[in-house]
Design a protein around this ligand. Structure first.
Ligand SMILES: [Zn+2]
Length: 461
């Protein structure tokens, strides 16, 4: 098959020094990649005019199969998340409502809609609860495969619904599969880094872990104080033990490939060095692509994929999730391309001719249509440098990793979440003492790093 190596040019001036891989766990020779997909997930309908089209998941899956990528990874049809599993993050009152309400009985329950934020963005549709159980079940399944070491990279394109809150849906997201998956990873991993390249701020995930140092959230998004969801300024940085563990990269309209990739690398590398996560969750919302129906960025599919490639280069167990993305043909192209990056497999730029729904991809039928250059780039170099410097300031507070040890990880995560919240209420200070008391971590910054892997880990310092 003919293949062109992606040609992403990043100007020499803005490229950070090469990443020193010797300081990290050596990536396995052959990565074990798992793919978690339930075909039914593409059959739900939010409504005729609603921009969220689950059919994009069917298109993605057909392209993945069309390229034969399923031969290179383990495919799983996950079981649906149970009520109890959803309850690990969501309030039972909200789950009971989600479970009960249907288009048929909606009228009678309309009095509860304001309380549960039901409206144009988050309508009632057929099979809503089951849809949530399905995509959340896939993320939980993927997290389990990472936790047991059966996967190095686990992919769930139906997940990544980052806006959902404990008590209510938000921004087309009803159940927050990301929070649920991270809670599961925290049973085995002392520190999880969450990275979000969706156009929108990953507010639901940030909010859930705002007061803990066991999860660092790093979100790149459009921000002007007004754009949905309205949060995600540089100054939102976490509280209590979580102080400086929420990192936000507010961007203006029209950011292009070179600026985005340069910034992504220049920020992620020091984040990895400072925080030293033991696993990564990467939300790959595709509404940050150029030409997205709801978007205002200028990214090509190659640039979006470059972020996945860079995250993968760190060689840590990684959960790869979907998210937003409203020009369905480009969402499917993007996530197929990113699946191939996870698999180190080159794809022909011409889409496989036998793919069902091929007509969606006309007239070019290519994997990499031209998506860039439609919106003026409002991000000046000076502005982006300012953002980067602001993040570096925050990282200065993280001189070494907190080194949470395995035995300190509480079995009851629900209880742990409540403890964290209580910590915020009690005004626990973000200090050395607080961290030591809570987690009993070794403070030399070495232990806790890679100690949960079976294979020998090289000296990492
Ligand atoms: Zn989005």
């Amino acid at each position: 098959m003919a293949y062109e190596e992606p040609t992403i040019s990043v100007s020499a001036k803005s490229t950070p020094p090469p990443y020193d891989h010797t300081s990290y766990r050596t990536a396995p020779q052959k990565l074990k990649v798992t793919y978690h997909h339930d075909e039914s997930v593409g059959n739900y309908h939010f409504g005729e005019r609603h921009p969220m089209k689950p059919h994009r998941l069917t298109l993605t899956n057909h392209l993945v199969l069309g390229y034969g990528l399923h031969h290179k990874m383990s495919i799983y049809k996950p079981r649906k998340a149970t009520y109890e599993e959803l309850q690990n993050f969501h309030a039972s009152e909200y789950l009971d409502f989600l479970k009960r309400v249907t288009p048929a009985n909606a009228e009678g329950m309309a009095g509860m809609f304001p309380k549960f934020n039901i409206g144009d963005d988050c309508p009632i549709f057929d099979g809503m609860y089951e849809f949530c159980q399905t995509y959340a079940g896939a993320s939980l399944d993927a997290a389990r495969k990472l936790a047991t070491g059966e996967a190095d990279i686990a992919i769930n394109w139906s997940g990544g619904l980052h806006h959902a809150k404990k008590f209510e849906p938000s921004g087309f997201c009803y159940v927050n599969d990301i929070v649920l998956a991270i809670l599961n990873l925290l049973r085995y991993h002392p520190r999880v880094l969450y990275i979000d390249i969706d156009l929108h701020h990953g507010d639901g995930v940030q909010e859930a872990f705002y007061s803990t140092d066991r999860v660092m959230t790093l979100s790149f998004h459009k921000y002007n104080g007004d754009f949905f969801p309205g949060t995600g300024s540089l100054s939102e940085s976490g509280v209590s033990l979580g102080a400086h563990h929420s990192l936000n990269i507010p961007l203006r309209d029209g950011i292009d490939d070179d600026s985005y990739i340069a910034l992504f690398r220049a920020i992620l590398e020091p984040v990895m060095n400072s925080y030293r996560p033991s696993s990564i969750v990467l939300q790959c919302g595709a509404d940050s692509l150029g030409c997205d129906r709801l978007g205002c960025f200028n990214l090509s599919i190659k640039a979006h994929g470059e972020c996945v490639r860079f995250v993968k280069s760190f060689g840590l167990p990684t959960l790869v999730l979907g998210g937003g993305g409203y020009t369905v043909r480009n969402v499917a192209r993007c996530w197929t391309y990113e699946t191939s990056i996870c698999l180190d497999t080159a794809l022909s730029p011409t889409l496989p001719a036998t793919t069902p729904y091929l007509e969606f991809f006309g007239p070019d039928y290519t994997l990499h249509p031209r998506l860039t250059g439609r919106v003026e780039n409002r991000n000046t170099r000076k502005y982006l440098d300012g953002v980067r410097v602001g993040v570096m300031e925050q990282l200065r507070y993280l001189n070494f990793a907190p080194s949470v040890q395995m035995q300190e990880i509480p079995g009851d995560l629900g209880g742990w979440m409540e403890d964290e919240e209580e910590g915020v209420r009690d005004g626990v200070e973000d200090g050395e003492e607080g961290k030591e008391t809570r987690w009993g971590g070794d403070r030399d910054g070495r232990r806790g790093w890679g100690e949960y892997y079976d294979e020998p880990v090289e000296d990492v310092i």
